[in-house]
Each structure stands twice: as structure tokens, then as C-alpha cells.
Ligand binder design. Structure first.
Ligand code: MLT
Length: 327
């Protein structure tokens, strides 16, 4: 009798679990979702997040609000999401820095590979080597000579240690074998303000932050880091054309949720991301900014998980060989 009661109890508990999962699946989302961007407002990650969030909001029937939690190279915002309730109402949109920070930071408030569930990949953004509009050199070759000749005074802006702009700046310095003065910000949104104002000289930044400024002539573009020229910036040569062979950088972005988020919520978010990436408006805006939506097959938890794992493995030896770590 006791065993029977126990079995009945377990059965009832199982039924309750099943029916609450079904109720969750039907009702979700019932309120506003917060999408944390781990960089300042107005920058490239923010731009991507706001475009995707707007389209996903329409599909989900609930608003996704973007919250900027900048600082410590994106690790503060990622930490905020790792510690948030795993209820499907907080997500993180982060880029390649999610992978590089796993090795570059000696101590993180979260375990990168075990603190998150995965929604999917969003986009892979090319970068540009840009400068204040009155910097003298006319082309990339001239810029390289200028940087070598003025290495103690040329300033290179970035969004902080382990950010995409920091990584690109380091690759540039390594390609020309010359260390330069780096100036960190909380995102390349504020860094762009200083580049426009002439307070810093150079930045290597994503097209999602630089395309409009290059087209408007408010900053000077020396190169794109993609294998071929971009339709939106046809006059800007590739870094390889400008003399830096193999200088190619792409900044992939993904959406994460705190570990333990109900699978129904992850599935719903992932489907919604796929809808957003097929949205004509999102595709058109991405194209205007020199990028493109990830293919549908990549806007999935499995694809993002595989990408993060492979990128951590790819950058680990590079970072360890460089021997530069952050606290
Ligand atoms: C940003 O949104 O500010 C950038 O993605 C920062 C960066 O360079 O990584």
C-alpha cells in the first residue's frame, strides 16, 4: 500500500510537471523580456540587438527591452545574465568576446561553458580600420608607415580588454610589429564620439558602427577586414589589398540565456530569432550596415554551442602565447 501511494504520488508529481511545462509553453512569454547588451548604448552590439529585439518582439507578442550593462570588456553584462533567474525573461546578446574572455580573464564571475543555455547565432560582422577624418595618411600603406613613425603618440581606441575592437587593434599592431597607445572605452559607441571629435586617432571597429560615418565622410576608412570589398563600402579596399595579407576579422554574435532556462522558452526564443533573421526589414538594415543575418540553420542552440566551444578552443592558444591576461 505504501509503495502504491508512493507510486501514485510520483505519478501525480510527474503529471503536474508535464502540465506546468505545457502551460509554460502555451503562455510564454507573458511579460516583457530583457535583452542585456554588455556594451554601451549606440555602439555596434547595441545596434544589432535593437534591430533583432524589435523584430523578435513582434513575433513573440511581448516587448524585448534592451538593457546596456557595459564595462570589463563585456564580462559585467554576461555576469549579470549568468546570475539572472533562468525563467526565459532575461537573455544576453554578446559577440566573439564571449569566447575570448573565457581565456583572457584570469577570473570571471561565471563559468562561460556552463553558465548559459544557447538560443542561436545572429550575424557575423566585418570590421574596418578607421581614423579621425583629418589623419594625414591617404591609404593603408601610408597609415602603416605613419603608425610606425609615431608609435608613442598614435592612439588606438577600443571598447576595453577582450572586446572585438581590442582584438582587432592587437592584431593590427602584431601585423605591423609595432605597439601603439591604446585607449579603452565602455563600448565603441562612446569611442566613436571621441574619434569624431578628434580626441583619438584610430579604431578598428565593426561596420555596424562605422558604415554610416564612413559614407558621411565624418571619419576616414583605410580598410575592411573581410575577404572581399563590401557592397556598401565599394571604395574601401580590403586589408589584403592595402598590403596586410591575411588580415581578416569577423565578429560573430549570439543570444544566450541563463543555464536552466526551460527548454520551451529556449525553443520559442530560437524560433523567434529565426523569424527575425528572415524579416526583410532586419536583412535590409543589416545590409545597409555591411553585414548579413546568420543562416536559419545557425540560429539554433546547437550551432551557437558548437561555435562558442570551437572559438574558445581557437583563441585559447593564441591568447596564452601572447601571455596577456586581464584581472
Ligand atoms: C560595442 O558594442 O561597443 C562593441 O561591440 C565593442 C567591441 O569592440 O567589442
Amino acid at each position: 500500500m505504501k509503495i502504491l501511494k508512493t507510486m501514485l504520488g510520483l505519478g501525480a508529481a510527474f503529471a503536474v510537471t508535464l502540465s506546468s511545462a505545457a502551460a509554460f509553453a502555451e503562455g510564454y512569454p507573458e511579460r516583457t523580456i530583457t535583452m542585456v547588451v554588455p556594451f554601451a548604448a549606440g555602439g555596434p552590439t547595441d545596434t544589432v540587438a535593437r534591430l533583432v529585439a524589435e523584430s523578435m518582439s513582434k513575433d513573440l507578442g511581448q516587448q524585448i527591452i534592451v538593457e546596456n550593462v557595459g564595462g570589463a570588456g563585456g564580462t559585467l553584462g554576461a555576469g549579470r545574465v549568468a546570475a539572472a533567474p533562468a525563467d526565459g525573461y532575461t537573455v544576453l546578446l554578446h559577440h566573439i568576446g564571449m569566447a575570448t574572455s573565457a581565456t583572457l580573464y584570469r577570473k570571471l564571475a561565471y563559468d562561460t561553458l556552463n553558465a548559459f543555455d544557447y538560443v542561436g547565432l545572429v550575424t557575423d560582422v566585418p570590421m574596418t580600420i578607421v581614423a579621425r577624418k583629418d589623419l594625414e595618411p591617404a591609404d593603408l600603406k601610408g597609415l602603416v608607415d605613419y603608425m610606425k613613425a609615431n608609435k608613442d603618440t598614435v592612439t588606438v581606441a577600443n571598447a576595453g580588454i577582450v572586446t572585438a575592437s581590442h582584438l582587432c587593434g592587437m592584431l593590427l599592431m602584431s601585423a605591423i610589429d609595432t605597439p601603439l597607445v591604446t585607449v579603452p572605452y565602455k563600448g565603441t559607441g562612446p569611442a566613436m564620439t571621441d574619434l569624431l571629435g578628434g580626441q583619438v586617432d584610430i579604431m578598428c571597429d565593426q561596420t555596424t558602427n562605422t558604415t554610416k560615418q564612413i559614407q558621411g565622410g565624418t571619419i576616414k576608412a583605410y580598410a575592411v577586414t573581410s575577404p572581399a570589398r563590401l557592397d556598401v563600402l565599394p571604395d574601401v579596399p580590403t586589408a589584403a589589398e592595402g598590403g596586410l595579407a591575411d588580415f581578416q576579422v569577423g565578429i560573430w554574435h549570439g543570444i544566450y540565456a541563463p543555464k536552466g532556462t526551460p527548454s520551451e522558452a529556449i525553443e520559442r526564443l530560437s524560433k523567434s530569432l529565426q523569424v527575425a533573421l528572415k524579416d526583410q526589414n532586419v536583412a535590409a538594415r543589416f545590409a545597409e550596415l555591411g553585414t548579413a543575418p546568420s543562416p536559419e540553420a545557425d540560429a539554433t542552440p546547437a550551432a551557437l554551442k558548437a561555435k562558442l566551444e570551437s572559438e574558445i578552443a581557437r583563441w585559447k592558444p593564441v591568447i596564452e602565447a601572447a601571455g596577456q591576461f586581464a584581472d
